[in-house]
Design a protein. Structure first.
Lengths: 356, 356
């Protein structure tokens, strides 16, 4: 096998997928896994427990890919723009789109799109979404007419903390924001079919889910150093690693070099806040996946450079040997340009990338 | 045209390509453009002035792609690992590979590879390469026998400064390191056919090139905010932008959101050291490409969030409108998963990604 390559631990993946399915089933709420993490039909089948129905996507390329594979209920959870209407129309009513403004609700209503539409509510992430007290909410829903299908919110700010008590507060706020919006629309006589919330931390740690119809999460499938650093998973839950080769020892400079750099790992350094030695990924033993106490400290496009303090490391990892690297942010690592996952059971699963 | 999309200003690209060809021609030295930046046969043809001969690549996928397109002299400038030998062999002697250790020279010599091999010298970047005083240099060259083809060095540390005087020092050191190594091998009777150096800054600003046979550079084709911030180009030289849509106004939070996030732009923040407001890219007018005084300040996988201080910005950039975003690091931005470049003259040029 050539390096760099994505290795997917099928046992850990199955456990991660089942844990979330069980978690949602126990709460009587539909899980709508976010497949922007794996971008793989095979992983998405596992994530939905074989149902191939409710999933979330981040691009219309994903929507198309999963619709063609037979998934029947696909939420494109990024605000739609007019230059995507034609493609959304081609995908058809299997695809639900999202708006958060009068402008875009009007554009959708005046277009020939017939896709269901959710209205996004900002529950504190301050990215997309209407503020919960925005007086335009009813107006937007009415503009959408029969296309109006419900409410969604995303508590992405839950990734900023490593304290579960704070995650719980954020989860409560997410639920409250979505429920408040749904209630406002119910009160004017609209049917709010979907009330969708989620992020892996809030889905796992939210208590009160009254009024919520579905939960969205994605990174739980693979997990990564960012999640482990924030106590959302254990290091042993991380299912995705990058197989990389040691391509050089620069003993004079005190570094060894891997063929896994900025594209293979991504330049995400988001784990460092809570795990200062996360670097761009942790080197692990190629067989046992035990962390070796080494990180990728610097990345160039195809090179990853590892500081070596103990010269015994050069003997432990000779030139030409391989390691598995735990990623900082699995979604971005996996989207580095890999065409497939190599599973630990020998199977190969294809994945997609990009917007085309 | 759907967003996000890569827009390539063909006029700027032609000027950037010609400037470097003229620069090298004036010095009587071969240019070996690094096509890891564009990953496009069409751009590489321009970069070589139509010769389709000497190029540099960063993956064997690129090597294969460009060999199939007819390029006749391809340097894979990342240290080779044994799991890539089979593919390198399939590509054939069109491909030159790189080693920097006795271990890998031995592995290459004992394999059935017949590709030419360069020995990499560390001229201060402290990534790959033998230190200039490494006593193993002669041994490695002798191990390689008839496959030994020359020396390469890469002064990647030239990207760390914005002072041209420092770039000039680094360029001088790069030349000296490569020349010293070449001289040592000439003195023991070996033929050093190639003495290859380069990085865009050192190629542009090196003075003494005595003993150097070829120059490598890539980012000059597109340029980006990192290069402009370091005075290596003007902002008006930047040929690559990302076309993005405004997908939301969150007036309460003081942000607008684009459909260009971590994958569309990359998470490279390397321009910020010398250009604090670089963010993850500068928003520019979609027609004139004039910077609007706005940056992508936060990125998520598909969302880019822009802080808005002046509410007039919301009128200037209504929901559904488009901008062009100057990238921080063009190589990584272009490798985000785009299948093609949309040229400003209406043509579409395909590009590749990944390692498969």
């Amino acid at each position: 096998m050539e390096t760099p390559a994505l290795i997917l631990d099928i046992d850990r993946l199955r456990i991660n997928a089942k844990r979330m399915l069980d978690h949602c089933a126990a709460r009587g709420i539909t899980l709508r896994p976010h497949v922007k993490t794996p971008k793989s039909v095979d992983v998405a089948k596992l994530a939905t427990g074989g149902r191939m129905s409710t999933i979330t996507v981040s691009t219309l390329a994903e929507a198309e890919h999963f619709a063609q594979a037979g998934f029947t209920d696909i939420l494109y959870a990024v605000g739609i723009a007019p230059n995507k209407f034609n493609r959304a129309k081609r995908i058809g009513p299997t695809l639900t789109v999202v708006v958060d403004s009068v402008e875009m609700a009007t554009a959708v209503a005046q277009s020939d799109l017939s896709n269901p539409v959710l209205i996004e509510i900002d529950c504190g992430e301050h990215r997309g979404g209407l503020p919960t007290n925005d007086p335009e909410l009813e107006h937007i829903a009415q503009k959408l007419g029969a296309q109006f299908a419900g409410i969604m919110s995303h508590a992405g700010q839950s990734y900023e903390t490593d304290e579960l008590a704070v995650v719980k507060e954020i989860a409560a706020r997410e639920v409250k924001a979505a429920r408040l919006a749904a209630n406002r629309l119910t009160q004017i006589g609209l049917t709010v079919g979907t009330v969708s919330i989620g992020s892996t931390p809030t889905v796992l740690h939210g208590d009160d889910l009254d009024g919520i119809t579905e939960l969205r999460a994605g990174i739980y499938l693979f997990h990564d150093l960012s999640q482990a650093a924030r106590n959302i998973c254990r290091f042993d839950d991380i299912a995705l690693t990058v197989l990389a080769s040691v391509i050089g020892h620069n003993r004079a400079a005190g570094v060894l070099t891997l063929d896994a750099g900025a594209l293979a790992m991504s330049k995400d350094i988001g784990a460092q806040k809570h795990l200062p030695n996360a670097g761009y990924g942790w080197l692990c033993d190629v067989e046992t996946v035990k962390p070796l106490g080494l990180s990728i400290d610097t990345v160039h496009q195809e090179h990853g450079t590892v500081k070596v303090r103990d010269p015994a490391v050069y003997d432990q990892l000779p030139i030409g040997s391989m390691v598995r690297v735990m990623p900082v942010h699995a979604c971005l690592t996996a989207a580095g340009g890999y065409g497939r996952y190599y599973l630990t059971d020998g199977h190969i699963w294809p994945r997609i990338d990009g917007w085309d």
